[in-house]
Design a binder for this molecule. Structure first.
Ligand code: GLU
Length: 425
Protein backbone atom coordinates (compact mmCIF):
# COMPACT_ATOMS: atom_id res chain seq x y z
CA UNK A 1 0.00 0.00 0.00
CA UNK A 2 1.14 3.56 -0.74
CA UNK A 3 0.13 6.96 0.59
CA UNK A 4 -2.99 8.06 -1.25
CA UNK A 5 -4.42 4.53 -1.54
CA UNK A 6 -7.82 3.70 -0.09
CA UNK A 7 -7.15 0.76 2.23
CA UNK A 8 -8.89 -1.48 4.74
CA UNK A 9 -6.74 -2.25 7.79
CA UNK A 10 -7.70 -4.85 10.37
CA UNK A 11 -5.96 -4.76 13.74
CA UNK A 12 -7.04 -6.49 16.96
CA UNK A 13 -10.34 -7.51 15.35
CA UNK A 14 -11.26 -3.94 14.34
CA UNK A 15 -11.37 -2.85 10.71
CA UNK A 16 -10.75 0.74 9.62
CA UNK A 17 -11.24 1.95 6.07
CA UNK A 18 -9.74 5.18 4.80
CA UNK A 19 -7.02 6.85 2.79
CA UNK A 20 -3.42 6.11 3.78
CA UNK A 21 -1.52 9.29 4.66
CA UNK A 22 2.25 9.79 4.53
CA UNK A 23 3.89 8.72 7.76
CA UNK A 24 7.35 9.33 9.15
CA UNK A 25 7.27 6.30 11.45
CA UNK A 26 7.56 2.69 10.45
CA UNK A 27 5.48 1.62 13.46
CA UNK A 28 2.16 3.20 12.55
CA UNK A 29 0.03 3.59 9.47
CA UNK A 30 -2.06 6.75 9.43
CA UNK A 31 -5.53 6.68 7.90
CA UNK A 32 -7.88 9.52 7.11
CA UNK A 33 -11.19 7.84 7.90
CA UNK A 34 -14.31 8.42 5.83
CA UNK A 35 -15.73 10.75 8.51
CA UNK A 36 -12.64 12.97 8.20
CA UNK A 37 -10.76 11.90 11.34
CA UNK A 38 -7.15 10.75 11.22
CA UNK A 39 -6.21 7.63 13.12
CA UNK A 40 -2.82 5.96 13.72
CA UNK A 41 -2.84 2.14 13.56
CA UNK A 42 0.06 -0.01 14.69
CA UNK A 43 1.51 -1.79 11.65
CA UNK A 44 2.55 -4.93 13.55
CA UNK A 45 -0.21 -7.53 13.41
CA UNK A 46 -2.29 -5.54 10.92
CA UNK A 47 -3.87 -7.10 7.83
CA UNK A 48 -3.92 -4.83 4.79
CA UNK A 49 -6.36 -4.75 1.89
CA UNK A 50 -5.94 -2.09 -0.82
CA UNK A 51 -9.47 -1.10 -1.85
CA UNK A 52 -8.42 1.37 -4.57
CA UNK A 53 -4.99 2.64 -5.46
CA UNK A 54 -4.10 6.32 -5.69
CA UNK A 55 -7.45 7.91 -4.89
CA UNK A 56 -6.10 10.99 -3.15
CA UNK A 57 -3.27 13.47 -3.69
CA UNK A 58 -1.49 13.41 -0.36
CA UNK A 59 0.93 16.14 -1.39
CA UNK A 60 4.09 14.20 -0.64
CA UNK A 61 5.94 15.90 -3.49
CA UNK A 62 7.34 18.54 -1.18
CA UNK A 63 11.04 19.20 -0.71
CA UNK A 64 12.92 16.44 1.13
CA UNK A 65 13.96 18.88 3.85
CA UNK A 66 10.39 19.78 4.76
CA UNK A 67 8.21 22.81 4.14
CA UNK A 68 8.48 24.90 1.03
CA UNK A 69 6.73 27.83 2.73
CA UNK A 70 9.15 30.68 3.32
CA UNK A 71 9.59 32.33 6.70
CA UNK A 72 8.51 35.98 6.66
CA UNK A 73 10.50 38.14 9.10
CA UNK A 74 7.70 40.72 9.22
CA UNK A 75 5.12 38.25 10.52
CA UNK A 76 4.74 36.88 14.05
CA UNK A 77 5.18 33.15 14.59
CA UNK A 78 2.17 31.17 15.76
CA UNK A 79 2.55 27.62 17.02
CA UNK A 80 -0.37 25.38 16.10
CA UNK A 81 -0.73 22.47 18.49
CA UNK A 82 -3.15 19.72 17.68
CA UNK A 83 -4.91 17.42 20.09
CA UNK A 84 -7.52 16.04 17.68
CA UNK A 85 -11.24 16.59 17.26
CA UNK A 86 -13.09 17.75 14.17
CA UNK A 87 -10.94 20.79 13.48
CA UNK A 88 -7.68 18.85 13.56
CA UNK A 89 -8.93 16.31 11.06
CA UNK A 90 -8.59 18.95 8.33
CA UNK A 91 -4.79 18.74 8.64
CA UNK A 92 -3.05 15.71 7.12
CA UNK A 93 -0.23 15.14 9.56
CA UNK A 94 2.94 13.56 8.31
CA UNK A 95 2.35 10.87 10.92
CA UNK A 96 -0.47 9.91 13.23
CA UNK A 97 1.84 9.25 16.12
CA UNK A 98 1.83 11.46 19.17
CA UNK A 99 4.68 14.07 19.13
CA UNK A 100 4.51 14.08 15.32
CA UNK A 101 5.28 17.31 13.56
CA UNK A 102 3.32 19.03 10.88
CA UNK A 103 4.67 22.05 9.14
CA UNK A 104 3.50 25.32 7.64
CA UNK A 105 2.77 23.61 4.34
CA UNK A 106 0.45 21.07 5.97
CA UNK A 107 -1.36 23.91 7.72
CA UNK A 108 -1.76 26.06 4.62
CA UNK A 109 -2.86 23.14 2.48
CA UNK A 110 -5.63 22.45 5.02
CA UNK A 111 -6.65 26.07 5.63
CA UNK A 112 -5.31 28.30 2.80
CA UNK A 113 -6.98 31.34 4.43
CA UNK A 114 -4.28 31.25 7.11
CA UNK A 115 -1.64 32.28 4.55
CA UNK A 116 0.05 35.62 5.11
CA UNK A 117 -1.21 35.99 8.69
CA UNK A 118 1.74 34.40 10.52
CA UNK A 119 4.64 32.03 10.21
CA UNK A 120 3.48 28.63 11.42
CA UNK A 121 5.00 25.82 13.37
CA UNK A 122 2.96 22.76 14.20
CA UNK A 123 3.02 19.74 16.43
CA UNK A 124 0.67 16.98 17.47
CA UNK A 125 0.23 16.28 21.16
CA UNK A 126 -2.64 13.81 20.66
CA UNK A 127 -5.02 12.72 17.97
CA UNK A 128 -8.14 11.97 19.96
CA UNK A 129 -11.77 12.88 20.29
CA UNK A 130 -11.87 15.16 23.27
CA UNK A 131 -14.14 12.88 25.29
CA UNK A 132 -10.98 10.73 25.51
CA UNK A 133 -8.92 13.58 26.97
CA UNK A 134 -7.13 12.81 30.26
CA UNK A 135 -5.20 14.87 32.83
CA UNK A 136 -1.89 13.40 31.69
CA UNK A 137 -2.57 14.71 28.16
CA UNK A 138 -3.30 18.14 29.69
CA UNK A 139 0.19 17.92 31.18
CA UNK A 140 1.72 16.93 27.82
CA UNK A 141 -0.15 19.80 26.22
CA UNK A 142 1.02 22.32 28.83
CA UNK A 143 4.62 21.18 28.33
CA UNK A 144 4.25 21.46 24.54
CA UNK A 145 2.84 25.00 24.81
CA UNK A 146 5.64 25.91 27.23
CA UNK A 147 8.26 24.57 24.78
CA UNK A 148 6.76 26.44 21.84
CA UNK A 149 6.73 29.75 23.74
CA UNK A 150 10.26 29.11 24.98
CA UNK A 151 11.29 28.51 21.36
CA UNK A 152 9.96 31.94 20.41
CA UNK A 153 6.29 31.52 19.45
CA UNK A 154 4.49 34.87 19.63
CA UNK A 155 1.21 33.07 20.23
CA UNK A 156 -0.17 29.55 20.41
CA UNK A 157 -3.31 28.05 18.90
CA UNK A 158 -4.53 24.72 20.30
CA UNK A 159 -6.82 22.70 18.04
CA UNK A 160 -9.15 20.66 20.24
CA UNK A 161 -12.42 18.75 20.14
CA UNK A 162 -15.20 20.92 21.45
CA UNK A 163 -16.72 18.51 23.97
CA UNK A 164 -14.12 19.00 26.70
CA UNK A 165 -12.30 22.08 25.44
CA UNK A 166 -13.33 24.11 28.50
CA UNK A 167 -11.63 21.63 30.84
CA UNK A 168 -8.35 21.61 28.88
CA UNK A 169 -8.38 25.40 28.62
CA UNK A 170 -8.88 25.65 32.40
CA UNK A 171 -6.11 23.13 33.05
CA UNK A 172 -3.64 25.13 30.97
CA UNK A 173 -4.75 28.39 32.57
CA UNK A 174 -3.81 27.03 36.01
CA UNK A 175 -0.64 25.22 34.92
CA UNK A 176 0.96 27.98 32.84
CA UNK A 177 2.12 31.53 33.40
CA UNK A 178 2.09 32.76 29.83
CA UNK A 179 3.49 35.97 28.36
CA UNK A 180 1.67 35.33 25.04
CA UNK A 181 -1.90 34.36 24.06
CA UNK A 182 -2.82 30.66 24.17
CA UNK A 183 -5.99 30.26 22.10
CA UNK A 184 -8.09 27.09 21.94
CA UNK A 185 -10.28 26.57 18.93
CA UNK A 186 -12.38 23.78 17.50
CA UNK A 187 -15.08 23.03 15.04
CA UNK A 188 -18.70 21.98 15.50
CA UNK A 189 -19.16 21.03 11.83
CA UNK A 190 -16.59 19.09 9.86
CA UNK A 191 -14.71 20.53 6.88
CA UNK A 192 -16.73 18.52 4.34
CA UNK A 193 -19.97 20.32 5.32
CA UNK A 194 -20.92 23.64 3.71
CA UNK A 195 -21.70 25.09 7.15
CA UNK A 196 -18.29 24.15 8.54
CA UNK A 197 -16.90 26.61 11.04
CA UNK A 198 -13.33 25.31 10.86
CA UNK A 199 -11.81 27.96 8.56
CA UNK A 200 -13.31 30.98 10.28
CA UNK A 201 -12.54 29.65 13.77
CA UNK A 202 -8.93 28.86 12.78
CA UNK A 203 -8.39 32.29 11.18
CA UNK A 204 -9.90 34.12 14.16
CA UNK A 205 -7.87 32.01 16.62
CA UNK A 206 -4.62 32.85 14.79
CA UNK A 207 -5.51 36.56 14.87
CA UNK A 208 -6.31 36.29 18.62
CA UNK A 209 -2.96 34.53 19.12
CA UNK A 210 -1.29 37.61 17.60
CA UNK A 211 -3.20 39.96 19.95
CA UNK A 212 -2.09 41.63 23.15
CA UNK A 213 -4.13 39.35 25.44
CA UNK A 214 -1.78 36.89 27.15
CA UNK A 215 -4.46 34.62 28.58
CA UNK A 216 -5.75 31.14 27.86
CA UNK A 217 -8.73 31.84 25.60
CA UNK A 218 -11.36 29.86 23.72
CA UNK A 219 -12.16 31.24 20.26
CA UNK A 220 -15.39 29.96 18.67
CA UNK A 221 -18.27 31.31 16.56
CA UNK A 222 -20.16 34.08 18.41
CA UNK A 223 -23.37 33.69 16.39
CA UNK A 224 -24.89 31.45 13.76
CA UNK A 225 -23.57 33.87 11.12
CA UNK A 226 -20.02 33.93 9.80
CA UNK A 227 -19.35 37.44 11.04
CA UNK A 228 -17.49 37.13 14.34
CA UNK A 229 -15.92 34.80 16.85
CA UNK A 230 -16.09 35.33 20.59
CA UNK A 231 -13.00 35.20 22.78
CA UNK A 232 -13.87 33.52 26.05
CA UNK A 233 -11.69 33.28 29.13
CA UNK A 234 -10.83 29.57 29.33
CA UNK A 235 -11.88 29.26 32.97
CA UNK A 236 -15.31 30.90 32.50
CA UNK A 237 -16.50 29.28 29.29
CA UNK A 238 -18.95 26.45 28.75
CA UNK A 239 -20.18 24.45 25.77
CA UNK A 240 -23.91 25.09 26.05
CA UNK A 241 -25.29 23.52 22.87
CA UNK A 242 -24.69 20.13 21.30
CA UNK A 243 -24.54 21.25 17.68
CA UNK A 244 -24.82 25.00 17.10
CA UNK A 245 -21.70 26.71 15.86
CA UNK A 246 -22.10 29.34 18.60
CA UNK A 247 -22.30 26.66 21.29
CA UNK A 248 -19.75 28.29 23.59
CA UNK A 249 -20.75 30.97 26.10
CA UNK A 250 -18.99 32.84 28.85
CA UNK A 251 -21.05 32.19 31.98
CA UNK A 252 -22.28 35.23 33.89
CA UNK A 253 -20.61 37.87 31.69
CA UNK A 254 -20.02 38.98 28.15
CA UNK A 255 -17.11 37.25 26.45
CA UNK A 256 -13.76 38.93 27.01
CA UNK A 257 -13.42 39.91 23.37
CA UNK A 258 -14.54 39.56 19.78
CA UNK A 259 -12.85 38.79 16.50
CA UNK A 260 -14.80 40.48 13.68
CA UNK A 261 -14.41 38.42 10.52
CA UNK A 262 -14.56 40.04 7.11
CA UNK A 263 -14.66 36.73 5.25
CA UNK A 264 -13.72 37.24 1.61
CA UNK A 265 -11.99 40.59 2.11
CA UNK A 266 -9.58 38.95 4.59
CA UNK A 267 -10.03 41.68 7.21
CA UNK A 268 -10.10 40.51 10.81
CA UNK A 269 -10.36 42.81 13.80
CA UNK A 270 -9.66 41.70 17.38
CA UNK A 271 -11.16 43.80 20.17
CA UNK A 272 -11.62 43.38 23.92
CA UNK A 273 -14.35 44.74 26.15
CA UNK A 274 -12.91 43.92 29.57
CA UNK A 275 -9.52 44.03 31.27
CA UNK A 276 -7.13 41.24 30.46
CA UNK A 277 -3.57 40.13 31.24
CA UNK A 278 -1.35 41.90 28.73
CA UNK A 279 1.33 40.35 26.53
CA UNK A 280 4.63 40.17 28.41
CA UNK A 281 3.09 41.00 31.81
CA UNK A 282 4.36 37.74 33.33
CA UNK A 283 7.37 35.56 32.56
CA UNK A 284 6.89 32.07 31.17
CA UNK A 285 6.48 29.38 33.84
CA UNK A 286 4.84 26.01 34.25
CA UNK A 287 3.44 24.14 37.25
CA UNK A 288 2.06 20.99 35.62
CA UNK A 289 1.51 18.79 38.69
CA UNK A 290 -2.06 17.65 39.26
CA UNK A 291 -3.77 15.43 41.82
CA UNK A 292 -5.81 13.30 39.49
CA UNK A 293 -8.03 11.55 42.06
CA UNK A 294 -10.62 14.31 42.14
CA UNK A 295 -14.26 13.67 41.22
CA UNK A 296 -17.16 15.91 40.26
CA UNK A 297 -20.51 14.62 41.54
CA UNK A 298 -23.85 16.21 40.75
CA UNK A 299 -26.61 16.05 43.36
CA UNK A 300 -30.21 15.89 42.15
CA UNK A 301 -33.33 14.78 44.04
CA UNK A 302 -33.09 11.05 44.66
CA UNK A 303 -29.33 10.76 44.22
CA UNK A 304 -28.26 8.37 46.96
CA UNK A 305 -25.40 9.33 49.26
CA UNK A 306 -24.03 5.90 48.30
CA UNK A 307 -22.52 7.55 45.19
CA UNK A 308 -20.02 9.10 47.59
CA UNK A 309 -18.70 5.63 48.52
CA UNK A 310 -16.88 5.69 45.21
CA UNK A 311 -14.80 8.73 46.19
CA UNK A 312 -13.71 7.46 49.61
CA UNK A 313 -9.97 7.99 49.96
CA UNK A 314 -9.82 10.43 47.03
CA UNK A 315 -7.80 13.61 47.39
CA UNK A 316 -10.69 15.79 46.32
CA UNK A 317 -14.39 15.95 45.58
CA UNK A 318 -16.35 18.74 43.89
CA UNK A 319 -20.10 18.62 44.43
CA UNK A 320 -22.46 20.30 42.00
CA UNK A 321 -25.16 21.11 44.52
CA UNK A 322 -28.53 22.82 44.23
CA UNK A 323 -29.16 26.55 44.57
CA UNK A 324 -26.75 28.30 46.90
CA UNK A 325 -24.86 25.02 47.37
CA UNK A 326 -27.01 22.32 48.96
CA UNK A 327 -27.49 18.55 49.00
CA UNK A 328 -30.03 16.29 50.73
CA UNK A 329 -29.41 16.36 54.47
CA UNK A 330 -28.80 12.57 54.35
CA UNK A 331 -25.57 13.35 52.48
CA UNK A 332 -24.09 15.41 55.30
CA UNK A 333 -22.86 12.57 57.60
CA UNK A 334 -21.19 10.90 54.61
CA UNK A 335 -19.56 14.19 53.56
CA UNK A 336 -18.34 14.69 57.15
CA UNK A 337 -16.69 11.26 57.04
CA UNK A 338 -15.01 12.08 53.72
CA UNK A 339 -13.60 15.34 55.05
CA UNK A 340 -12.40 13.59 58.23
CA UNK A 341 -10.76 10.99 56.01
CA UNK A 342 -8.69 13.72 54.33
CA UNK A 343 -10.75 14.45 51.18
CA UNK A 344 -11.01 18.14 50.29
CA UNK A 345 -14.68 18.72 49.43
CA UNK A 346 -15.66 21.80 47.41
CA UNK A 347 -19.28 22.90 46.89
CA UNK A 348 -20.38 24.48 43.62
CA UNK A 349 -23.83 25.17 42.21
CA UNK A 350 -25.68 23.69 39.27
CA UNK A 351 -27.27 27.14 38.83
CA UNK A 352 -23.98 28.13 37.14
CA UNK A 353 -24.83 31.84 37.48
CA UNK A 354 -24.28 33.37 40.92
CA UNK A 355 -22.23 32.39 43.92
CA UNK A 356 -22.35 29.55 46.40
CA UNK A 357 -23.33 30.76 49.85
CA UNK A 358 -23.79 28.13 52.53
CA UNK A 359 -24.40 30.60 55.34
CA UNK A 360 -28.03 31.32 54.48
CA UNK A 361 -29.83 28.02 55.16
CA UNK A 362 -29.32 25.27 57.78
CA UNK A 363 -28.23 22.70 55.21
CA UNK A 364 -25.46 24.98 54.05
CA UNK A 365 -24.33 25.80 57.57
CA UNK A 366 -24.19 22.05 58.35
CA UNK A 367 -22.05 21.55 55.25
CA UNK A 368 -19.67 24.28 56.38
CA UNK A 369 -19.52 22.68 59.84
CA UNK A 370 -18.60 19.45 58.07
CA UNK A 371 -15.59 21.24 56.57
CA UNK A 372 -16.86 21.80 53.04
CA UNK A 373 -15.07 24.55 51.08
CA UNK A 374 -17.37 27.00 49.29
CA UNK A 375 -16.55 27.12 45.59
CA UNK A 376 -17.49 30.81 45.30
CA UNK A 377 -18.72 31.46 41.73
CA UNK A 378 -16.47 28.84 40.14
CA UNK A 379 -18.05 26.82 37.35
CA UNK A 380 -18.22 23.20 38.56
CA UNK A 381 -15.93 21.90 35.80
CA UNK A 382 -13.41 24.65 36.43
CA UNK A 383 -13.61 23.91 40.17
CA UNK A 384 -12.67 20.28 39.49
CA UNK A 385 -9.62 21.28 37.44
CA UNK A 386 -8.62 23.95 39.94
CA UNK A 387 -8.92 21.50 42.86
CA UNK A 388 -6.70 19.00 40.98
CA UNK A 389 -4.15 21.77 40.51
CA UNK A 390 -4.46 23.24 44.03
CA UNK A 391 -4.03 19.85 45.73
CA UNK A 392 -0.71 19.39 43.92
CA UNK A 393 0.58 22.95 44.13
CA UNK A 394 -0.77 24.66 47.23
CA UNK A 395 -0.16 24.32 50.97
CA UNK A 396 -3.53 25.90 51.74
CA UNK A 397 -6.10 24.38 49.39
CA UNK A 398 -9.08 26.23 50.92
CA UNK A 399 -7.39 29.62 50.54
CA UNK A 400 -6.28 28.84 46.98
CA UNK A 401 -9.78 27.73 46.02
CA UNK A 402 -11.16 31.07 47.30
CA UNK A 403 -8.58 33.23 45.48
CA UNK A 404 -8.88 34.31 41.86
CA UNK A 405 -5.77 33.11 40.01
CA UNK A 406 -6.67 33.40 36.32
CA UNK A 407 -10.08 35.10 36.21
CA UNK A 408 -11.89 31.90 37.22
CA UNK A 409 -13.81 33.53 40.06
CA UNK A 410 -14.74 36.96 41.32
CA UNK A 411 -13.95 37.90 44.89
CA UNK A 412 -16.68 38.50 47.45
CA UNK A 413 -17.22 42.17 48.16
CA UNK A 414 -18.34 41.48 51.77
CA UNK A 415 -16.82 39.09 54.32
CA UNK A 416 -18.43 35.63 54.14
CA UNK A 417 -19.63 35.71 57.76
CA UNK A 418 -21.94 38.65 56.93
CA UNK A 419 -23.19 37.12 53.74
CA UNK A 420 -26.89 37.14 52.89
CA UNK A 421 -28.83 35.72 50.00
CA UNK A 422 -28.83 39.14 48.26
CA UNK A 423 -25.06 39.38 48.39
CA UNK A 424 -24.75 35.89 46.99
CA UNK A 425 -25.96 37.46 43.77
N1 GLU B 1 -16.81 14.73 20.23
C1 GLU B 1 -15.60 15.01 19.58
C2 GLU B 1 -14.69 15.94 20.36
O1 GLU B 1 -15.08 16.69 21.20
C3 GLU B 1 -15.73 15.48 18.15
C4 GLU B 1 -16.50 16.75 17.96
C5 GLU B 1 -15.64 17.98 18.01
O2 GLU B 1 -14.52 18.01 17.52
O3 GLU B 1 -16.09 18.92 18.60
O4 GLU B 1 -13.51 15.85 20.12
Amino acid sequence: MNPGDRVRLTHDGRTHEGVLLPSTTDDHAVLKLNGGYNVGIERAGTTVEVVEADVYDVGDDRAEDGSTVEFDDDLPTVALISTGGTIASTVDYRTGAVTAQFDAEDVLRAVPDLAGRANYRGRVVANILSENMTPDIWQDLARAVHEEIEAGADGVVVMHGTDTMQFSASALAFMLDTPVPVVFTGSQRSADRPSSDNVMNAVCAVEAAKSDCAEVLVCMHASESDDRCALHRGTRVRKNHTSRRDAFETVGAEPLGTVAYGGDDDSVDVSFRRQYAERGAVGLDIAPDLATDVELVKFTPGTSEAVLDGVEGSAGLVIEGTGLGHVHTDWIPRITELVEGGTEVVMTSQCLGGRVCDRVYDTGRDLLDAGVIEGEDLLPGTAKVKLMWALANSEDVAATMASPLVGELTERSVPPENHTIEEAW
